[in-house]
Ligand binder design. Structure first.
Ligand SMILES: Nc1ncnc2c1ncn2[C@@H]1O[C@H](COP(=O)(O)OP(=O)(O)OP(=O)(O)O)[C@@H](O)[C@H]1O
Ligand SMILES: CC(C)(CO)[C@@H](O)C(=O)[O-]
Ligand code: BAL
Length: 309
């Protein structure tokens, strides 16, 4: 299988995409932070099926991390990632060194007064620094935003930049990051971006754990403990599909099971799968139970969705 073309510069990536479009080809885009697993590869596969050419990006975006998070230790495996992308038939990979104009570290290593790694021109003391942000007001609140208040502003900004650079016809996101998928869908709709957003099912390990690059940072014990998340979610869904259940009971059951399994619950929420607003009454609703929990220092997310009878 041919190696993908690797682009480090914005102009080169854009030139490649424009050439493909001139040839009448459609571009499927898979944005990632690297350390690729079968979850990422399922997105590449879908992009291949639905588009003529697949472009992936590998970029650990500093603006979606707070300074107390794991930006500095996020796992990397560039050579292995490129090998997997070649095998999957990916045509091009965008791997920029940095996507933000700023003074100091070009990789985004400085942080702002409020604890985010989002560095604006004023804070950087550099009138030439990055100072334009994209945010989705309401959907970006709650769930992951409670403990990662800078996350969605960073994600929306970088995804907008990536869309402008790659100019894809369709972009593929995993529903493991369910709120992220919904937020990006909304951003694309509200800003009339000419990209079709595709949300793909969660890929799991054989024992049920949702695949995630951060799984590699779990100790052996925590890897075993982390199974309580998918087990608790599966049990909750089975319970709620088999008989009438109320949101508060499901929430408490899942939270208790994760705490008993050795996790530190960040949140367990029972929400409407479209609006992400908390639900009380479930009958007839499309329900999402979303979880974030820490095992050691590693924060994992997972979810299940279903129609309540
Ligand atoms: N298990 C999975 N199934 C399907 N898609 C996934 C899965 N894990 C990640 N993705 C998707 O891959 C894309 C890139 O995600 P990313 O590179 O952050 O990987 P990740 O495994 O989610 O990493 P992290 O450990 O940071 O959560 C996102 O759209 C994400 O939702
Ligand atoms: C969409 C994304 C690549 C933006 O940095 C990231 O949040 C991710 O990998 O899910
Ligand atoms: N998959 C989401 C990227 C992040 O947690 O920063």
């Amino acid at each position: 299988m041919a190696s993908p073309q690797v682009f480090k510069e914005v102009v080169d990536m854009r030139a490649f995409s424009r050439e493909q479009r001139r040839e009448g080809k459609t571009i499927g885009f898979v944005p990632t932070m690297g350390y690729l697993h079968e979850g990422h590869m399922s997105l590449v596969q879908a992009a291949r099926q639905q588009c003529d050419v697949v472009v992936a990006s590998i970029y650990i975006n500093p603006t979606q991390f707070s300074k107390n998070e794991d930006f500095g230790v996020y796992p990397r495996s560039e050579a292995e990632d490129l090998r997997k992308l070649a095998e999957a038939g990916c045509a091009a990979v965008f791997m920029p060194a940095s996507l933000y104009h700023q003074s100091g570290s070009s990789s985004g290593g400085s942080s702002s007064a409020d604890g985010s790694m989002v560095v604006g021109a004023a804070e950087a003391g550099d009138p030439d620094a990055h100072e334009t942000w994209v945010s989705v007001d309401h959907l970006s609140q709650g769930l992951c935003a409670k403990s990662r208040p800078h996350f969605f502003k960073g994600v929306c900004t970088v995804v907008t930049k990536l869309f402008h650079i790659v100019e894809p016809d369709a972009a593929f996101f995993g529903r493991k990051d369910y709120q992220q998928w919904r937020v990006i869908e909304r951003m694309v709709r509200d800003l009339d971006m000419a990209v079709r957003v595709v949300g793909m099912p969660i890929q799991r390990e054989a024992d049920g754990l949702a695949m995630s690059s951060r799984n590699a940072m779990l100790s052996t014990e925590d890897r075993q403990r982390s199974l309580c998340i998918s087990r608790a979610l599966t049990e909750a869904r089975e319970h709620a599909v088999a008989q009438a259940a109320d949101a508060a009971t499901l929430q408490q059951q899942v939270a208790a099971a994760i705490a008993a399994g050795g996790g530190r619950v960040d949140y367990v929420e029972v929400v409407d799968a479209q609006s992400l607003q908390p639900l009380q009454e479930l009958p007839g609703r499309q329900v999402l139970i979303a979880v974030a929990a820490f095992f050691g220092k590693v924060r994992l997310i997972d979810n299940v969705d279903f129609e309540a009878p």
